[in-house]
Design a protein around this ligand. Structure first.
Ligand SMILES: NC(=O)c1ccc[n+]([C@@H]2O[C@H](COP(=O)([O-])OP(=O)(O)OC[C@H]3O[C@@H](n4cnc5c(N)ncnc54)[C@H](O)[C@@H]3O)[C@@H](O)[C@H]2O)c1
Length: 254
């Protein structure tokens, strides 16, 4: 039996990277996937999927749009079993460098975007007395990173948002967990990859001595979305090749 048979899964940030990997993995496990994003993925990313995912346009920082889209999903499919909030953007800058508008946009997309999606899906999940929400933190929400203020703060906020939702809605059998990826090669981190030396250094800080792939994150999201994780809630799970385990001061033994 497919692990998400008969489940309806809504995924934000679904057109690219980790969100798109979740679309593909979840659909392969039988879910009816609804992908939400500013754009759509290339058609060849979707043609082999059955059931075919539905893609709808959404700016996650717009609450009215989010509410309308979630209503549309419920009207069409009758339920929402899984929500993945993967929409996100990167930014750079310290407190004295970052433009206020950039800071605001980061919080709007990462924190408000996650909250809006959750709060317009939760009433349906509570009514169903079941649901699994998977948010996206980061290793930089667990520890900080230089020159990355808004991202660090937004991702740190996701940790507490995730725990708060798990506390408030667990009574209705709604599970809420978050993933904290390490360096994953996606369009978001393409600028890291362009600097080969920096990419190699960053990758070497992961105990597996490499960057991760989007499907390696989607596999963990699949577990959390499935009934196999029926007693897992309120957790931020690092999918980081051991990055958050600690520091390595000497090169790894050959
Ligand atoms: N790639 C990594 O190394 C890494 C590490 C830790 C955490 N993350 C987090 O994982 C999530 C996915 O990242 P990714 O690497 O797949 O990025 P990505 O850039 O490949 O994909 C992000 C998607 O979000 C969409 N998006 C951006 N703003 C949006 C908005 N306002 N409304 C709707 N959609 C919007 C983009 O269009 C894009 O399709 C993000 O939350 C990111 O912060 C990524």
């Amino acid at each position: 039996m497919a692990r998400l048979h008969n489940k309806v899964a809504v995924i934000t940030g679904a057109a690219s990277g980790i969100g798109l990997a979740c679309v593909r993995r979840f659909a392969a496990e039988g879910a009816q996937v609804v992908g939400l994003d500013l754009g759509e993925p290339a058609a060849d990313q979707l043609w082999d999927l059955n059931p075919a995912p539905l893609f709808l346009r959404l700016d996650v920082s717009d609450e009215a749009q989010t509410q309308a889209v979630m209503q549309q999903v419920v009207e069409r499919y009758g339920r929402i079993d899984v929500l993945v909030t993967a929409a996100g953007i990167a930014s750079q800058g310290s407190a004295t460098q970052i433009e206020t508008a950039t800071w605001q946009r980061m919080l709007d997309i990462h924190l408000n975007g996650c909250l809006f999606a959750c709060r317009h899906v939760l009433p349906q999940m509570v009514e169903q007395r079941s649901g699994s929400i998977i948010t996206f933190g980061s290793i930089f929400g667990l520890q900080g990173c230089d020159n990355n203020l808004a991202y660090n703060v937004a991702k740190g906020g996701i940790n507490q948002l995730t725990r708060s939702l798990a506390i408030d809605y667990g009574h209705a059998n709604v599970r809420v967990n978050g993933l904290c990826p390490g360096l994953i090669d996606t369009p978001m981190t393409s600028m890291v990859k362009e600097h080969a030396e920096f990419h190699a250094y960053f990758a070497s800080q992961h105990m597996l001595s490499r960057a991760g792939r989007p499907d390696e994150v989607a596999n963990v999201a699949l577990f959390l979305a499935s009934d196999e994780a029926s007693f897992v809630s309120g957790q931020m799970i690092a999918v980081d090749g051991g990055f958050s385990a600690g520091r390595r001061f000497a090169p790894p033994a050959a």
